[in-house]
Design a protein around this ligand. Structure first.
Ligand SMILES: [Mn+2]
Length: 488
């Protein structure tokens, strides 16, 4: 990483009394010298982002739901990885949703405040603006100074970009301490938590901001298509390094790294930790260690998604034959999952309950498993909720909302999620799977240790759904063709 600040003098005090290096003031001569001799660098041609009108409309909905109450949405701060190194910064999804702030523009500790006024709310974006050359901070502050971490927007620049009035975040604490009914997202920003008393509608507020995202606006759907398209290229990259993965110890990491490269080059980051499970590792649902070898003849399950600059993510799973060809046992299990997914797609249309997607997929899987003779009851019996024997191999539900968070709208109430009718504009995953553990004696040996999941991202349309990830091959014949076209 970086060196220490060479402008600080070494301390001779005992370690426990030692000041942090950046606490030490520079000489007046040095400070004066550092402040002078720079050319002007304001950005005066910044255009409003496309998201501006959408973010405004989202805030209008929120405003109407909580009239007369101050609403506070913190972006959150850096999270420590170890000692003085932090994780890559990523703002809270509710902050991103209502502010529109995105990508590298997004700075730690920003807070969106909606101040009640007659007939609605006025919105303020509180930020750490850039540390200009007339401050000491630009070279002394290792956390925010622009010689250390890069330039941020001035208040005027951020306003031009997001069309929201901007204020200094350092002035926010005093502002929040004024007596006023206030709702916050708690647990993201210690200063905000400390300044604002608990309100009995806080949980309702958190639920509301989660449920508002259940139906996506056209901007969001376009961003999610971008995330899916970038992920499609990531899967091409994964296939292209399969020979290297086979040749390298811990080959799963080779595949993981290929996808990660694409996520960082085309997007902001991964939307979640990539799962790469070769062979029986595919039967471990959240296998993110990815430290296994990759062998010829196995399947490898890759569950990965690129998060684009606006922080929307894809969530896609493909299960690929390492050799480029499915064995008969692999193909027969794969086709069962494939048919199950088709039933899931077919179940999706406005007015149908969310939970019906799972029902449609599970029905196909249970019938297939019954036909294979591994169930001790009929498919009908197994499908009764209180019985569910087939779940030994299906393990999880087949759908969740997708958006800024990979498991989007997670604070929504059950009646507005599982038990809710689908609406046009919802974005969902459809991801049935079958997982035959390597020690499962109910299956013949050639099936043991096979894990298969096929996961696509769909948007609910007026009369059905549109698969955003349709272009990523799914059928075994298409997968074999796809792999051949990359690996030949
Ligand atoms: Mn998923």
């Amino acid at each position: 990483m970086s060196m220490n600040n060479e402008n600080a003098e070494a301390s001779t005090e005992a370690p426990e009394k030692k000041k942090r290096i950046h606490d030490q003031a520079p000489s007046e001569l040095f400070a004066e010298f550092m402040r002078s001799g720079w050319s002007a660098s304001d950005l005066d041609d910044l255009q409003p982002l496309e998201v501006v009108t959408y973010a405004y409309a989202r805030r209008q909905v929120l405003s109407a739901a909580f009239p007369g109450i101050r609403l506070v949405l913190p972006a959150g701060g850096y999270k420590v990885r170890a000692n003085d190194t932090d994780y890559q910064y990523r703002p809270h999804s509710a902050f991103a949703y209502y502010s529109g702030v995105q990508g590298a523009d997004s700075t730690a500790d920003a807070v969106l405040v909606m101040e009640p006024t007659e007939g609605g709310h006025l919105t303020y974006l509180y930020i750490h603006p850039r540390s200009t050359r007339d401050t000491d901070a630009f070279y002394r502050d290792a956390k925010y100074g622009e010689l250390w971490v890069g330039r941020r927007y001035t208040l005027a620049e951020a306003k031009a970009r997001y069309q929201i009035d901007t204020r200094l975040v350092n002035d926010l604490e005093g502002f929040l301490k004024e007596e006023r009914e206030t709702l916050i997202i708690r647990g993201e920003d210690a200063m905000v938590d400390g300044a604002v008393k608990k309100h009995d509608r806080e949980e309702e507020f958190v639920t509301f901001v989660s449920e508002q995202r259940l139906v996506k606006d056209p901007y969001e759907i376009a961003e999610m298509q971008k995330a899916v398209d970038a992920s499609a290229l990531g899967f091409n990259d994964v296939i292209s390094v399969i020979p290297a993965a086979v040749a390298t110890p811990r080959g799963e990491r080779v595949l993981e790294a290929a996808f990660y490269g694409r996520a960082r080059v085309l997007g902001n980051d991964l939307g979640y930790s990539t799962i790469v499970g070769a062979g029986a590792h595919a039967c471990v649902l959240h296998w993110i260690r990815n430290d296994g070898d990759v062998h010829m003849g196995e399947l490898v399950l890759v569950d990965a998604g690129v998060e684009v600059e606006s922080f929307y993510t894809a969530d896609i799973t493909r299960t690929l034959p390492v050799s480029g060809k499915f064995t008969p046992a692999q193909r027969s299990l794969y086709m069962l999952v494939y048919e199950s997914q088709l039933a899931g797609f077919a179940a999706i249309k406005p007015g149908v309950k969310f939970s019906e997607i799972n029902k449609a997929c599970q029905e196909v899987l249970a019938r297939g498993l019954a036909d294979m003779g591994v169930l001790t009851v009929s498919a009908e019996e197994s499908l009764k909720p209180e019985i569910g024997l087939h779940r030994r191999w299906t393990l999880h539900g087949v759908s969740h909302h997708l958006g800024l968070d990979v498991h989007d709208c997670a604070q929504a109430r059950k009646e507005n999620y599982m038990d809710k009718e689908l609406e046009e504009g919802m974005v969902l995953t459809v991801e049935p799977g079958l997982y035959i553990q390597p020690d499962d004696e109910l299956f013949e040996p050639e099936y043991r240790g096979i894990g298969i999941r096929i996961e696509d991202d769909v948007v609910v349309t007026a009369d059905g759904c549109r698969n955003l990830s349709e272009d990523i091959p799914r059928h075994p014949d298409e997968i074999e063709k796809w792999m051949k076209s990359i690996l030949r």
